[in-house]
Design a protein around this ligand. Structure first.
Ligand code: NAD
Length: 268
């Protein structure tokens, strides 16, 4: 896969999946803007990833929120100034929390929908406007979740947001295909990152996930990053509008109601 001469905006790239996605894109030759809420984490990640590639690809940090229109515009301006119009975008930033609907503060709903659904909209809009103005092709990858289809008690906001991401992916793919911009999504299963290590992997929840996953293990960030790099590259040149499950086969037998116990397990 050759991404030499391209540049990418990767959101939430300070840690977890986003960091590994940025690393993979750089290994294939793309320069990357690390668009991250936490400025210190962004700066450290950009510095470390640039050092790893020994000058073959560059990473720069940009602090801001994907849910804020001005921050998104500033990030794309910074990327364009540093590398030229970014042809690749990975909408990876996300947040999650757990509570049943009857207990859920409206602020939690707003935060999850803002970061996980509005963020990909704002960033896709910013990327597509610039690509169309420059007459350049592009590729956009949205990090959805198995929760785009699996209904998990305690995650109503997150499930709604990820369903929105996968539906948004299809409409964006159709609207942007005439401009040679492909849009795809990845639906990861439970993957070992700081987000999931905050309680999702442990105990009964983790055991149930493993038991229902044919390949019998959690995902690692690189499982997701390698697919993201493929979807950014011309190797996937005739794929658009897809949500690709990357979950060790967890979706094969359907995303059952065993997920109902996740909330119970996580708050126990
Ligand atoms: N870890 C899993 O098991 C799993 C499974 C399915 C889907 N996902 C999705 O994968 C993506 C990455 O998750 P992760 O597990 O690496 O999470 P993580 O919490 O480890 O990393 C997320 C990053 O996003 C950043 N971020 C949060 N809000 C932001 C905002 N408003 N603007 C910019 N950056 C922001 C955080 O600072 C953090 O660096 C998310 O979209 C998540 O929903 C994760």
């Amino acid at each position: 896969m050759d991404l030499i001469g391209t540049s990418a905006v990767v959101t939430g790239a300070g840690q977890g999946m986003g960091r590994q996605i940025a690393r993979r894109l750089m290994q294939h030759g793309a320069d990357v803007l690390v668009f991250e809420l936490n400025g210190d984490v962004a700066a450290r990640t950009a510095q470390e990833l640039s050092a790893e590639t020994d000058g073959a690809a560059r990473a720069i940090a940009h602090a801001g929120s994907v849910a804020d229109t001005a921050d998104v515009d500033a990030a794309f301006e910074a990327a364009t100034a540093a590398f030229g119009t970014p042809q690749l975008l990975v909408n990876n930033a996300g947040v999650a929390s757990m509570s049943l609907i009857v207990d859920m503060p409206a602020e939690d709903w707003d935060l999850v929908l803002d970061v996980c659904a509005k963020g990909p909209f704002l960033c896709t809009q910013a990327a597509a406007r610039r690509l169309i103005a420059a007459g350049l092709p592009g590729a956009i990858v949205n990090i959805s979740s198995i929760n785009y289809a699996a209904a998990t008690d305690g995650l109503a906001h997150y499930c709604a947001a990820k369903a929105a991401v996968s539906q948004f992916t299809k409409v964006a793919a159709a609207e942007l295909a005439p401009s040679a911009i492909r849009v795809n999504a990845i639906a990861p299963g439970l993957t070992r990152t700081p987000m999931s290590e905050g309680g999702f992997l442990d105990g009964r929840m983790g055991e149930e996930f493993i038991a229902h996953t044919p390949m019998g293990r959690f995902g690692e960030p690189d499982d997701i990053a390698r697919v993201a790099a493929f979807l950014c590259s011309e190797d996937s040149g005739w794929i658009t509008g897809a949500t690709v499950p990357v979950d060790g086969g967890g979706h094969i037998r359907g995303l059952h109601n065993y997920w109902a116990t996740m909330h119970e397990a996580s708050v126990a």
